[in-house]
Design a protein around this ligand. Structure first.
Ligand code: ADP
Ligand code: ADP
Length: 227
């Protein structure tokens, strides 16, 4: 768990176009921050700079007190959940969730079993641990993707529209689960969405981007009550 401090972050593409233009935003330790704004406003670009999938043109990205601009994604100790939850089709649910732990040095088999069991229990996947992704519903697959994100102790979770491929009923259920999970683990979270209900119900605060500029940061209530 760690605060994320973005200081004057700029992302300029080859033609001089600034997809992210001087954004300064502090996400407190344990805070659930929502990023909203029209398509093309820079949400994904900003998220990708936090994770390290996109180079930062200028500014400082500080996670848990460390400047991470030049750190590779795997050295930032973050978990990202994408809209297209890429599970390994040939692996069971257990092995899909265990995957990040198997990439870490020095995590023994007992520890892996303990952590996967705990994550599965939190996400109500215990009965499905031996199944393959093809035999799961869309909501269950999304839970496995989340299991993989929470199985390590990470500095923060980053979500890029994780629920947009699900139907309305499942979206509602997953919203509740994400909220419960984040509060239980208390992990700093940045969550990109188009969905107003998600923004209003999940976030401690909502950051509004427009054309690469940070326009406003407010609580859901403040945003909702403004004229
Ligand atoms: P959002 O996630 O809010 O929809 P993006 O972060 O994907 O927005 O994109 C922000 C802006 O940057 C858009 O105008 C997009 O066309 C532009 N953009 C994204 N990637 C590139 C790139 N590789 N080269 C040039 N422009 C890009
Ligand atoms: P999303 O809207 O889901 O964020 P996009 O479809 O905008 O994704 O972008 C998909 C990919 O294309 C990304 O890797 C992005 O960096 C790249 N891209 C987006 N806009 C441009 C652009 N104007 N020029 C070059 N690459 C772009």
């Amino acid at each position: 768990m760690a605060a994320i401090e973005m200081r004057n972050i700029v992302k300029e593409y080859g033609d001089g176009f600034k997809a992210v233009n001087d954004v300064s935003l502090h996400v407190a330790d344990g805070e659930f921050m929502i990023l909203v704004g029209p398509s093309g406003c820079g949400k994904s670009t900003l998220l990708r700079m936090i994770v390290g999938l996109e180079d930062i043109t200028s500014g400082d990205m500080v996670i848990g007190g460390d400047r991470v601009n030049d750190k590779a994604p795997r050295d930032r100790n973050l978990s990202m959940v994408f809209q297209n939850y890429a599970l390994y089709p040939h692996l069971t649910v257990f092995e899909n969730i265990a995957f990040p732990l198997r990439l870490m040095k020095g995590v023994g088999e007992d520890e892996i079993r303990r952590r996967v069991t705990e994550a599965a229990s939190m996400l109500e996947l215990t009965e499905h641990l031996d199944r393959k992704p093809a035999n799961l519903s869309g909501g269950q697959r999304q839970r496995v993707a989340m299991g993989r994100a929470i199985v390590r102790n990470v500095n923060a979770f980053l979500f890029d529209e994780p629920l947009s491929n699900l139907d309305a009923k499942l979206r509602g259920q997953m919203r509740t689960e994400i909220s419960r999970m984040q509060r239980r683990l208390g992990t700093t979270t940045v969550y990109v969405t188009h969905d107003q209900t998600e923004a209003m119900t999940l976030g401690d605060r909502v950051a509004v981007l427009r054309r690469g500029l940070l326009q406003q940061v407010a609580s859901p209530r403040e945003l909702y009550e403004q004229p």
